[in-house]
Write a protein that binds this ligand. Structure first.
Ligand code: SF4
Length: 236
């Protein structure tokens, strides 16, 4: 009989081995229990690659949703293509309704004038529409990443604009940054080269800087104007 792990145990009592086994167990349980379609969102940051690595142990062809805003670093596109090929990923490259030139011609440079609207058009709206066909959504979110994620739970009900509720699974909730890097090293997962340049959280190029506060990994995002693009604000 497999050991049942207490996923709510305080992080200080946990080892990396415990957290890995807990994440693997949660993912396995959710995949066994679901009757519907499953996806992983992947910005090609380290956490998303680790969750995908674990999910693929059970479901190698799991759909991998990448929000292609058109504003990513060239390094992200290169890494996406390289890893998608190396892992034979079932990659879904999700595009917004408008191309970057179309949006800029119509509304100007929204990432400067109104980043929330830009994120809404290029990330939130396309993702929520795409998620409507799934029952289970895996993410690489961690509590430690930002104050806005401090209350993150491993399993959350997530309400879509259509009023459908899906299960959002965050297997790395209690992982530290060191856990992430240790796991990647132990499993020979090549990570995005931009981490070597000092970035600790990597989104679209116009809205990503080196962290302003070394204790706040997302402090380089949106010049400190906001912390979230809007995708992870609607859990119920
Ligand atoms: S992160 Fe910046 S460029 Fe990307 S969608 Fe949001 S506002 Fe636009």
């Amino acid at each position: 009989m497999s050991e049942i792990l207490n996923l709510t145990a305080p992080p200080t009592t946990q080892s990396i081995e415990y957290r890995i086994r807990a994440a693997e167990q949660l993912i396995r349980q959710e995949l066994e229990q679901t009757q519907g379609d499953v996806c992983v969102t992947n910005s090609f940051q380290a956490e998303d690659m680790i969750v995908l690595h674990i999910v693929r142990q059970t479901l190698p062809d799991v759909p991998v949703i990448f929000l292609d805003t058109g504003y990513h670093f060239a390094e992200v596109y290169e890494y996406r293509d390289r890893m998608a090929q190396a892992w034979s990923m079932n990659l879904i490259n999700l595009l917004p309704e408008l191309t970057v030139p179309e949006q800029e011609a119509r509304f100007g440079i929204l990432n400067q004038s109104d980043p929330s609207r830009c994120c809404g058009l290029r990330k939130v709206k396309p993702l929520f529409a795409a998620l409507d066909r799934y029952e289970l959504w895996f993410t690489g979110l961690r509590r430690e990443q930002a104050k806005s994620r401090a209350a993150l739970q491993p399993v959350e009900d997530f309400a879509l604009p259509t009023a459908r509720t899906i299960r959002k699974i965050n297997p790395l909730t209690e992982w530290t940054a060191k856990d992430v890097w240790d796991y990647a090293r132990q499993n020979d997962i090549t990570l995005l080269r931009l981490y070597d340049d000092g970035y600790s959280s990597i989104g679209c190029e116009p809205c990503t800087r080196l962290p302003l506060d070394p204790n706040d990994p997302r402090s380089g995002r949106w010049g400190g104007r906001k912390q979230e693009c809007g995708i992870h604000l609607q859990s119920t």
